[in-house]
Design a protein around this ligand. Structure first.
Ligand code: URP
Ligand code: ZN
Ligand code: ZN
Length: 452
């Protein structure tokens, strides 16, 4: 058995001084004091918080987009995840146009099985809705997929409003949840073309082509479709105050809307696109970084409990050789940025350490809520006897500086370069196996598929 002694156990309800025993992949005991027996390994958590392992509900690993593939695959991405304190990710298996959901799930299992340092589950991204795909839904649930994704933007991925409504209606009998990329894709295409007509080809044209209204209109439309279908909706990577206002308005009307945001929208603003040379390309993601007022509005919403989860949308492309394919044309810059390793440290430092967010709410946003939303609770997301032994021991005083030179993410930059961290994971257990210590991997591939 592994005994974690002397720590403060964290739950959304409060802190408890107790020891934990991990055995056979599960939490075997939680007691004020657990006396180690012969052969037990003791891990001292004095001065540390002990969290249920963090869950990142939005990652893109080993994802193909046109001729490109993301810089991180399941080996490097999940290794980076555990080094930051994340013990479970939910990645996106994505249906090919003309393909089946079952084939997509097979493909993603091949990408991930046997390669993961942390646990992994899959959302299923539906890109081509038809009767045959609808008939596959029961099989998806049998295979452990309870959450789905649809895009309202990106020509290669998006579905139309009628399809979105039907997907929502079809998920209802199963209690499935649909996460949606909320941007009006037709408007994005038009506004990108207008930027180019004006001769604006640099990264700073990216946010201009995707203004807040493009997100807010799509959030509004999704919420009404959810209302019509009577199915909960999940707005992923919410980035604007205008979009947040639509979430609030829909909730007032009784629509069940969950909202996710990401560390990048809580800590950086659109001034990054004005960086010299082509540097702004490092921040080309969709939705884009927003105004300082948006950042403040989202931070307040996180602290007020209006945001349900904080995930990364980790989608890494190298600056050299991938992002620079768009040096002549911002619309050719592959969209996305890295973050799977740094999310807990960035959010803890910038919001908990600063006094804006209680450590209990940090636990709710990074562990309990994603576990509940994605059908993993109480197996995950809570420290309880019988729950999986996914545990993050957090040293609130440890300091480091984030830099690409020392990161585990397999990408040649980090948007958080030079970010001074206070609070980092001392030890990370995945299914009772020590996966990382103070940001360094043990190399053990303890991650298993989470059949939900
Ligand atoms: O720019 C981003 N976010 N790329 C990843 C795909 C998505 O939209 O979530
Ligand atoms: Zn998206
Ligand atoms: Zn995404």
């Amino acid at each position: 058995m592994i005994i974690i002694q002397n720590g403060q156990l964290v739950s959304p309800e409060g802190l408890t001084r107790a020891d934990l025993a991990l055995d056979g992949g599960r939490i075997a005991a939680i007691e004020p004091h657990i006396e180690p027996g012969e052969g037990d390994t003791v891990h001292d958590a004095a001065g540390c918080y002990v969290f249920p392992g963090f869950i990142d509900g939005h990652t893109h690993l080993d994802m193909e987009s046109g001729s490109l593939v993301t810089a991180d695959d399941f080996t490097t991405g999940t290794r980076a995840a555990v080094c930051g304190g994340t013990t479970t990710i939910v990645d996106f298996a994505t249906q090919d146009k003309g393909g089946t959901l079952n084939d997509a799930l097979d493909t993603w299992h091949k990408k991930a099985d046997g390669k993961c340092s942390c646990n992994y589950a899959f959302h299923m991204a539906i890109t081509d809705w038809n009767d045959q795909v609808k008939a596959e839904l029961p099989e998806m649930f049998r295979r452990g997929v309870t959450s789905f994704k649809a895009y309202m933007a990106y020509d290669a991925l998006k579905v139309n409003d009628a399809e979105l409504l039907e997907i929502l209606q079809s998920l209802k009998p199963f209690g499935g949840i649909l996460g949606v990329h909320c941007e009006n894709g037709l408007l994005v295409n038009e506004l990108q073309a207008r930027q180019k007509e004006l001769g604006h080809f640099g990264p700073d044209a990216h946010p201009v082509s995707r203004p807040a209204e493009v997100e807010a209109e799509a959030v509004n439309r999704l919420c009404y479709l959810g209302k019509l279908a009577g199915t909960p909706v999940h707005v992923v990577h919410l980035s604007t105050e205008l979009g947040l206002e639509e979430v609030r308005a829909a909730r007032k009307k009784g629509v069940k809307v969950y909202a996710e945001t990401c560390p990048q929208y809580l800590t950086m603003d659109e001034s990054r696109y004005k960086a010299p040379g082509f540097e702004g390309a490092k921040y080309v993601m969709s939705p884009p970084l927003r105004t300082p007022a948006d950042v403040q509005a989202l931070r307040k919403a996180v602290a007020a409990g209006e945001i349900d989860t904080i995930a990364t949308d980790h989608c890494s492309y190298n600056f050299k050789g991938q992002k620079d394919l768009g040096i002549e044309d911002f619309t050719k810059i592959p969209n996305g940025g890295p973050g799977i390793e740094h999310r807990p440290m960035v959010v803890y430092t910038s919001m908990v350490q600063s006094g804006e967010l209680a450590v209990t709410d940090f636990c709710r946003l990074l562990a309990e809520n994603p576990a509940k939303l994605f059908g993993m609770y109480p197996r995950k997301g809570v420290l309880a006897v019988g729950s999986d032994a996914d545990v993050t021991v957090w040293d609130p005083e440890a300091k480091t500086v984030i830099t690409a030179a020392r990161q585990q993410q397999n990408v040649d930059y980090t948007p958080y370069e030079g970010f001074a961290v206070t609070g980092m994971p001392k030890a990370v257990f995945v299914g009772g196996v020590l996966a990382a210590e103070y940001g360094q991997p043990t190399g053990l591939l303890a991650g298993t598929y989470v059949k939900r």
